[in-house]
Design a protein around this ligand. Sequence first.
Ligand code: PEP
Length: 249
Amino acid sequence: MSGVRRPLVAGNWKMHKTAAEAAVWCDAFAPLVDGAAAEIAVCPPFTALDAVAAGLGATQAWVAAQNVSEHEAGAHTGEVSAAMIAAAGARGAIVGHSERRAMGETDTVVAARTRRLLDHGLTPIVCVGESLAQREAGQTEAWLTVQVRASLAEVAPEESALVVVAYEPIWAIGTGRTATPEIAQAAIAHVRAVLAERLHADAMRILYGGSVTPDNAADLMAQQDVDGALVGGASLQPEGFAAIVRASA
Ligand code: PEP
């Protein structure tokens, strides 16, 4: 961590927890992070956004959706707009998670969703990351260069600090195969260098995501360019997620 950027620990619940289950999680989590230094974001399913916003209202944590439509409104069955997530209590959204990119979400769509969030005063958490085949073929940096440039193409320089980027190597997500701190640092330093071509990269938080646990979080977040973590599975248990928040100190 750099010391100038405030660490952010975000939890991505994926397709887990009803609103009632989310309320129970919040009751357990809130006292565990009382006074914690890190910024915290919790990303529940759309149907639990308002329950988490209410449940964490007295804490420093904010709520984000896991996705958002690139459209403002209209005939887009099954989509949820930026205005809707904001009204449900969200202050941002994950965009371009690899599980969504695997369903066909392109960099162009990710860029449009990022733009839509910014237009609504919401924080995009933009995910990028390479596959195992790309890493083994020595293509990681080239891939990240393309993905970062394209996914953030609609962000203006003066908006830099409003955007969070998450480096999530696909081979590390949900696999228990965490990137080493050195791999995370090298990739994130590269992402920052690409961002710096056009944006104020020193003001941008870049998170590491991929099998972060209470045991490995401190070493990962101690790296110079790693400004926090995007946590999937380990965010489902309040105690484990709170331990990761504390590890960022
Ligand atoms: C994620 O879903 O963004 C993620 C990093 O998952 P996990 O922590 O379970 O690997």
